[in-house]
Write a protein that binds this ligand. Structure first.
Ligand SMILES: [Mg+2]
Length: 499
């Protein structure tokens, strides 16, 4: 699906994601009247009477955020408080404390019964006090609606195990049922995918691939394993059906929507994927409807609102999730200022986003010159433009090491397309990429994101990517460069994946 280069840095979009999640919640909620309205066309009619979406000033007292945002804030602030240490137990207790505390801020916000009852059971001052028993009726969307920021905290593929563990434990603090806490996993995972700029059509497939890992995690904790296994399949079965419906099973083609697909048809869809008629109120269908809206909107804020916030289902919970992903991907520029400028808790939400970015990407806030990822991207890009392909994804210690004459680094072909001095002249001047401070890095970030996205298509393993070579460290030395240089001029990028 086509998308333009974001106009904002990733850090800014972290802030926007949090702000827009609050907006999506408040619009879908409308102080309760739209969340509990079971007719999308009626909501649309009322919206027109209010002057249309762009005329709505989302602010107190008419457009308060609901329980979704209050609990999302609780998740984000607990992650900031404790997730920088390697002590998951401490993080889980921080989350439990935050969920318990945020229940004091629920007046007029329609909190769910499961959340209220479960937080009452949490004991954040005792070692296992974040654990509650399995709940056969804990399949609601209360865990999914507050988990997006877990994906902001653990955005990279190599952090998947953390993302799974934290989203599941955070989820089952109130919804100890696979339908509930796997919704938390889906919300967090798709947020991470948005950060990675993974093509949205493949997110569903990515979720399906994660489910066995999630079950392994449940087994590793030895808590209510039997009960969880007995109820495990419903979530995956529903998602499989949905992915088949939209032709997204293999994640390689764009979604197919019915024509026409207006409010009436979308209401039917929302109802059809639901557990008991109220779409978006369960852990499986809240992220599903949000995903469907995100895909169908294709970067159009108004369309996203129509599809995720103005429908017959639990519209604040699908809105809070979809709008968060929108913010990560596109930023806030296309959103009418009235929609977001005075949304409740705006500053607090934005601050959480920025803080999570700093924790997720610590190397970027120090402005370190050791940002090898950035250097690699530039080298790949410039060399590809120069006609030299075939270089793998192994990191270099510095830009100059690409042209090094040292025996273990030397690549005789590398200087052919572009001499080092010429590359450095471009790199340090025209591209402004040499700055040791964060400001300069941020200046080129949108472009880098675009380049990274392009390279991920070639470098990320997938069904179309074969592992042709597996290079294993020997005597603590990775000899990948010396091997690859031999086939530099004929090996296409897709053939090489280094481990
Ligand atoms: Mg709500």
């Amino acid at each position: 699906m086509a998308r333009s280069t974001p106009a904002y840095s990733l850090k800014e979009r972290y802030g926007h994601a949090m702000i827009l999640s609050g907006v999506g919640d408040a619009l879908g909620y409308k102080n309760g009247s739209w969340e509990f309205c079971h007719n999308g066309e009626s909501i649309y009619k009322e919206l027109k009477e209010l002057g249309g979406l762009e005329k709505i000033s989302v602010k107190l007292p008419k457009w308060m955020v609901s329980d979704d945002t209050v609990m999302h804030i609780a998740t984000g602030e607990a992650l900031i408080e404790s997730s920088t240490q390697d002590d998951r137990q401490k993080l889980f207790l921080s989350l439990a404390k935050a969920y318990k505390k945020c229940m004091n801020d629920m007046a007029g916000r329609a909190p769910g019964l499961t959340c209220m009852n479960s937080t009452h059971q949490l004991r954040p001052l005792v070692p296992d006090g974040y654990q509650i028993p399995f709940n056969p009726r804990g399949g609601g969307c209360g865990a999914a609606m507050r988990a997006m920021c877990i994906g902001l905290r653990y955005p990279m593929p190599e952090q998947l195990n953390d993302l799974i563990a934290v989203s599941i434990e955070s989820g089952r603090m109130t919804h100890h049922n696979p339908v509930g806490f796997l919704g938390s996993l889906a919300s967090a995972l798709f947020t991470a995918y948005a950060v990675q700029e993974k093509p949205a059509r493949s997110w569903g497939q990515g979720l399906m691939d994660c489910l066995p890992l999630a079950l392994e995690y449940i087994e590793s904790t030895s808590r209510f394993v039997k009960e969880n296994k007995e109820t495990w399949d419903y979530f995956g079965t529903q998602w499989k059906k949905y992915l088949e419906l939209r032709c997204l099973v293999n994640g390689e083609q764009d979604p197919v929507f019915p024509q026409p697909y207006g409010f009436k048809e979308r209401d039917e869809f929302v109802k059809s994927v639901s557990y008991k008629g109220w779409g978006g109120s369960s852990g499986h269908d809240a992220p599903m409807i949000a995903y469907d809206a995100y895909l169908g909107a294709a970067g159009d804020w108004k369309e996203l609102c129509y599809r995720s916030m103005f429908h017959a289902g639990d519209s604040d919970s699908t809105g809070v999730i979809a709008a968060c992903w929108f913010g990560v991907t596109y930023g806030i520029s296309s959103v009418p200022p009235k929609n977001h400028q005075r949304v409740e808790y705006r500053d607090r939400l934005e601050k959480i986003g920025h803080h999570l970015y700093d924790i997720a990407f610590p190397e970027r806030i120090t402005g370190s010159c050791k940002d090898t990822h950035k250097k690699r991207v530039w080298c790949y890009w410039l060399l590809e433009k120069s006609g030299a392909t075939g270089y793998g994804s192994n990191p270099c210690g510095s830009v100059r090491s690409f042209w090094s004459n040292k025996p273990h680094e030397h690549m005789p072909w590398f200087a052919r397309p572009m001499r080092r001095k010429r590359f450095e002249a471009l790199y340090h001047t025209f591209l402004h990429a040499a700055g040791a401070n964060a400001e300069e890095q941020e200046k080129i970030e949108p472009f880098l994101c675009k380049l990274t996205q392009a390279f991920q298509v070639a470098f990320y393993p997938g069904k179309k990517l074969c592992i042709k070579e597996m290079i294993i460290g020997f005597n603590k030395v990775m000899e990948i460069k010396s091997i690859q240089c031999l086939k530099a001029l004929h090996a296409p990028f897709q053939d090489i994946w280094s481990m």
